[in-house]
Design a protein around this ligand. Structure first.
Ligand code: CA2
Length: 146
């Protein structure tokens, strides 16, 4: 049976490509997701995409993934550094996930150095730009799917 990946993006990532290109690059979230959809189909997995600026909506979407999703790639944006609720949702559904950040959070302000998700994640990618999502997808398919 075909396996299902879910790519989740948190607050303000809908602004990608429209502001702060020096930090976050010039690709829009639609550009990134379109490229990921192509990679997913080349690798023979199904892929869904979700973005929200709202913490509770992100929690709801993660819970919804429980019966249908085999792997999650998540950039929780600023909620990475604040959200016990998103951590609990990911732990609660027990779906393996990779945490992705476009920027190298460790080169930035100290408050970005802590993540509520990292110790529950299979892996953490940061500082590779949008390629981090693609790298996560390849790793997930090779090591967890198919
Ligand atoms: O580097 C990342 O991917 C982050 O998750 C991005 C978050 C930030 O709070 C994290 O510390 C690191 C912020 C996303 C904001 O995205 C924007 C994109 C374009 C313009 C403005 C914000």
């Amino acid at each position: 049976m075909t396996q299902n990946l879910l790519v989740v993006n948190g607050p303000n990532l809908n602004l990608l490509g429209k502001r702060e290109p020096a930090i976050y690059g010039s690709q829009t979230l639609n550009d990134i997701n379109r490229d990921l959809a192509t990679v997913a189909s080349q690798l023979g997995v199904r892929c869904e995409f979700y973005q929200s600026n709202h913490e509770g909506d992100l929690v709801d979407r993660i819970q919804q993934a429980m019966d249908s999703t085999d792997f999650i790639i998540i950039n929780a944006g600023a909620y990475t550094h604040t959200s016990v609720a998103i951590r609990d949702a990911l732990a609660g559904v027990n779906i393996p996930f990779i945490e992705v950040h476009i920027s190298n959070v460790h080169q930035r302000e100290a408050f970005r150095h802590h993540s509520y998700l990292s110790d529950k994640a299979v892996a953490v990618i940061c500082g590779m730009g949008a390629f981090g999502y693609t790298a996560a997808m390849h790793y997930a398919v090779k090591h967890y799917l198919k």
